[in-house]
Design a binder for this molecule. Structure first.
Ligand code: 17E
Ligand code: FE2
Length: 417
């Protein structure tokens, strides 16, 4: 007797081919994948040829600031820097309850739309470390239905205020999974370089992953990615390191960018682009032509680098929109990065699924295979292209072998000619 049996799935397999099959789940694990499985289950779902995919991976979000748009005021300039100032005001009155309530509400929005793995930044440049403590508590509270990684993120810079360096280390002692950073917002270029060295030192001391907000600015002279690259080469930490945003990479001259790509290929660092947010935050100092302010996603992908897409914000001081839907993210990324070829569209789907799993270093638990944890989603679509084009509805979300969410597919009835 299985716990759950999914009949007639179009299964998107790890090798990205699609096969028509049933899937049986027992004890939270995928136990059989075969056409017309013999046997019964406590719950049987008729999938009727819909796409069954591994869940979406949200590789970059700020849950501590989610759902605060307009508090205490709206971001009128639309810039990153006004967002940081507004958040600095808002974070003065954070409480554990405030952060936890908003974070869990956001995680539920995400999970309802098929996200079961999330990496969130928690601002640790605030002396009570309330945001971090709250997200660590949330990580524990939600662990039966969604996996949360927490990044110790020094929003105001590791050297931006005297206590911040010690707060970073305290955050790791408290149990943050990932070391964050923001070199382009340190007071000087030297501080920025030093901050990257400090991040690698801390990650090695505490055996943690790294995810740095890196060069999130239109300044073509913002070149901390090369420092991250050098540290990744020298430490061999490659696949445990992520460079988030890297929007300045979109403004570098090609001679420099091509040299840098060569160095990058010697690492296995991960990139995260956040197209919804950076298309709105960047280019604000430009007249026309206005830059897109998104990193070189297509070129990085063509070079075989691991790139994922993140949502970054849901209704916060940097971005007042957003619902947590990863297909919106892939759709926007596809447009801005001009990834309209068929293989490119499929790659954009991978950027919200497998590539995110690689960034989070959870590949061993990810994908729909016998023996793996039963995490999967059923989409109202035939394939990856269809899913992105239609921003398909996620009809079922199955987390750790249990049915977590069912969403009814809306039905349109044509009454005209
Ligand atoms: N903080 C930051 O430095 N950059 C961002 N894109 C967000 C917060 C959302
Ligand atoms: Fe971010």
């Amino acid at each position: 007797m299985f716990d759950l049996l999914l009949r007639q799935c179009r299964l998107l397999q790890t090798d990205r081919t699609i096969t028509e099959t049933d899937i049986a789940i027992k004890g939270g694990v995928i136990v059989e994948i075969a056409p017309a499985i013999v046997g019964h289950a406590k719950v049987e779902l008729a999938i009727q040829g819909q796409l069954v995919s591994p869940p979406f991976v949200e590789s970059h979000i700020h849950l501590d600031s989610a759902l605060t748009a307009g508090e205490p005021r709206w971001n009128q300039s639309g810039t990153l820097f006004e967002g940081i100032e507004i958040w600095r005001e808002r974070k003065q009155n954070l409480t554990l309850e405030d952060v936890k309530t908003r974070a869990i509400a956001t995680l539920k929005h995400q999970a309802s739309q098929g996200v079961l793995f999330v990496r969130s930044h928690a601002d640790v440049s605030e002396s009570s470390l309330t945001a971090l403590q709250a997200l660590l508590e949330v990580r524990e509270a939600v662990k039966d239905w969604i996996t949360l990684q927490v990044v110790a993120f020094p929003q105001d810079g590791i050297y931006g205020a005297p206590q911040n360096n010690a707060l970073m280390e305290k955050a790791l002692e408290m149990g943050a999974d990932v070391v964050g950073g923001i070199p382009h917002y340190e007071l000087t270029r030297e501080d920025g370089v030093n901050s990257v060295h400090r991040i690698f030192e801390l990650a090695q001391k505490y055996d943690r992953l790294i995810d740095i907000h890196c060069d999130e600015i239109d300044d073509d002279q913002s070149r901390f990615l090369e420092v991250v690259t050098a540290c990744a080469i020298r430490t061999g930490m490659g696949s445990r390191v992520t460079a988030s945003h890297t929007t300045a990479f979109g403004s570098y001259n090609n001679a420099y960018a091509i040299k840098l790509l060569g160095f990058l290929r010697r690492t296995q660092i991960n990139f995260i682009a956040n197209p919804l947010i950076n298309i709105t935050l960047q280019g604000r100092a430009d007249t026309y032509p206005k830059r897109r302010g998104v990193t070189r996603v297509k070129e990085l992908w063509q070079q075989g680098m691991n790139v994922s897409f993140g949502h970054d914000c849901v209704q916060d001081p940097w971005y007042s929109l957003g619902t947590g839907n990863m297909l919106d993210v892939a759709f926007m990324g596809l447009h801005i990065c001009q990834m309209t070829g068929t293989a490119e569209i499929d790659a954009c789907y991978d950027m919200i699924t497998w590539n995110g799993a690689k960034t989070l270093n959870i590949e061993d638990r990810y994908g729909i295979e016998v023996g793996k944890p039963a995490n999967l989603i059923v989409l109202n679509a035939k394939d990856r292209y269809d899913a992105i084009r239609c921003r398909a509805i996620v009809e079922y979300v199955i987390s750790q072998g249990k049915l977590l969410v069912k969403t009814e597919i809306p039905r349109t009835i044509w009454h005209g000619y």
